[in-house]
Design a protein around this ligand. Structure first.
Ligand code: HXC
Length: 515
């Protein structure tokens, strides 16, 4: 019978062995490839001394002593991130390539279930060769549980994925079911079928990086939301993101103290941002940075569909989701990618009690065969659906163009906007003045001696009679025409007023959103 002291020493010995994970040479290899181990990543994520690991001694079914698979290759537990409870599952590539066996999956499943019960965010750090081949269908079954949990947690607690290594095949669907994906440059790879299969099936030659690296996923496919240069930056992005979010869907995001709500200074910069020439672009990010507290704005998916800007900021200390047309890209027109990008973000904000602030300068939906064949009607409808279904406070500011269905897709008054404010430069109409004059005065223009003079005259008349913000304001479709310099004050006031907004709708399972 071992003495108590011997038993305590035995615990120490066992723990030390497990903490070595895949062993010195594999850890060295991991470091040499620019990657951290799972415990190092977890150490960066949580406030010092707050992380408590669960299931340290779990091992694979065919490895009872945990020699091959210490902790079964995944570190799970909970702790505080900037003082707020968060759950984590971090795969360790040094243990069997971070591959997912039955117990590895069970550990993730258990911690996700606890995140759900406690109403706290869940972060997963993926670095894995996928299903553990030796465990066959048990591995597949385990993945199924994780996917199912991702769906259960969706809309209840925030879910963030950091892809810090391989995450290929069906495994990529777990992060895809979470709210945000952060990919580490060079290390992360996400694809359903890798380069060899692509080559065998299609004959196309492509590297893993070009097929599913961080740059491709954040710019071309839109699969991921952020690209980080290394593990440290990925963790920082996750922490910053969490700072804007609530713990779960039953509470508001934390309010950051920012002095008196009604304190404001007119911002003359905004009076001059709209160019005199309606065709001239400007950078809507400049407007956003002047509206949010301390110019602190976390842009999401900045490289994907740059014709629309989405992101999180605070106004008067309260988190807001911003959606803005970007005149600097495709003149701010809405296309398929912009519709998908923003609709998903609107849904997320609504689920997480984050008010929506929409900045409109939209000439319309992007014309073209590619867009029509690609289903722009179906995709654009997602924006209408997402805004129409959102019950959080919705505040719309029309900066310049607000034309046709695209204006409604940017949360026009009739789409349930609680406030619509327009700058004096706003043009709200079914279509732009040039196009409207071409349709309405086709005959006059054909017969006119001085076609340009008639066109100019009719364009001015159209702007006065139809497109001016005062026309829409006169009909109550705009709540106020405001000086650009006062926009922040109007936003502060509206957010304060609408903070207690409640909207009851008929009970249903869910709407049938066009997908
Ligand atoms: C078991 C695996 C593994 C796996 C890697 N390893 N992937 N063990 N099952 N899926 C082990 C290796 O044997 C090796 O063990 C260690 O992990 C490190 O792997 P290396 O190949 O040495 O590393 P590297 O050269 O960096 O290559 C990484 C890799 C490669 C690209 C991920 O390992 C790879 O292609 N693995 C197989 C990927 C795969 O086909 N997965 C199954 C896909 S099907 P030792 O002991 O030598 O250190 C799938 C279905 C999921 O995932 C379905 C979900 C719905």
């Amino acid at each position: 019978m071992p003495t108590t002291k011997e038993q305590l020493l035995e615990l120490e010995r066992r723990r030390k062995k497990i903490w070595e994970m895949g062993g010195a040479s594999r850890v060295e290899k991991q470091h040499a490839s620019g990657k951290l181990t799972a415990r190092e990543r977890v150490g960066l994520l949580f406030d010092p001394g707050t992380f408590q690991e669960l299931g340290l001694f779990v091992t694979a079914p065919d490895d009872p002593d945990g020699v091959t698979y210490p902790s079964d290759g995944v570190v799970v537990g909970c702790g505080a991130i900037r003082g707020r409870l968060t759950f984590v599952a971090a795969q360790d590539f040094t243990v069997g390539g971070g591959a997912v066996g039955a117990r590895h999956a069970e550990k993730i499943h258990d911690v996700m279930q606890e995140a759900l019960r406690c109403g706290a965010p869940f972060i997963q750090i993926n670095d894995s060769g996928g299903a553990r081949i030796q465990e066959g269908v048990d591995s597949l079954h385990g993945y199924g549980h994780i996917f199912y949990d991702n769906v259960l947690l969706s809309g209840v607690v925030p879910q963030i994925s950091i892809i810090a290594g391989p995450c290929a095949g069906g495994a990529a669907y777990s992060p895809a079911l979470t709210d945000f994906i952060i990919m580490v440059s060079k290390a992360a790879k996400m694809f359903i079928t890798g380069p060899e299969v692509v080559k065998a099936v299609t004959g196309q030659d492509i590297t893993a990086e070009a097929l599913g690296g961080a740059l491709v996923a954040t710019s071309l496919s839109g699969v991921a939301h952020f690209m980080a240069q290394n593990d440290e930056e990925a963790v920082e992005i996750a922490k910053r993101l969490l700072s804007f979010l609530p713990q779960n869907n039953t509470v508001d995001p934390p309010r950051v103290s920012s002095g008196s709500v009604l304190e404001f200074t007119p911002d003359l910069f905004l009076d001059e941002i709209i160019p005199d020439d309606p065709r001239e672009p400007y950078n809507v990010l400049d407007v956003i940075l002047h509206l949010v507290d301390d110019g602190d704005f976390l842009e999401i998916q900045p490289q994907f569909a740059p014709n629309i800007v989405i992101g999180l900021g605070r106004i008067g200390g309260r988190s807001v989701g911003l959606v803005a047309n970007q005149p600097n890209a495709l003149a701010g027109a809405l296309d398929i990618n912009a519709s998908n990008k923003s609709a998903r973000f609107i849904r997320f904000c609504n689920a997480m009690n984050i008010p929506l602030v929409t900045l409109v300068d939209v000439p319309g939906f992007l014309p073209g065969i590619e867009q029509e064949y690609g289903g722009i009607i179906r995709h654009g409808a997602k924006m209408l659906f997402a805004y129409g279904a959102a019950t959080v406070p919705k505040i719309t500011i029309i900066l310049r163009k607000a034309y046709g269905g695209a204006y409604l897709a940017m949360c026009g008054k009739a789409m349930g906007a609680d406030r619509v404010f327009a700058w004096p430069t706003a043009e709200i109409a079914v279509m732009g003045a040039d196009g409207a004059v071409r349709v309405l005065y086709k005959k006059e223009l054909e017969q006119a001696k001085d076609r340009d003079a008639v066109r100019t005259e009719k364009t001015e008349e159209y702007r006065r009679q139809h497109a001016s913000p005062y026309v829409a304001a006169g009909k109550g479709q705009v709540d106020a025409v405001i000086m650009p310099r006062d926009t922040r004050e109007y936003l502060l006031f509206a957010l304060e007023t609408l903070h207690t907004k409640r909207e009851l709708r008929p009970a249903k399972k869910h709407g049938t959103m066009p997908l």
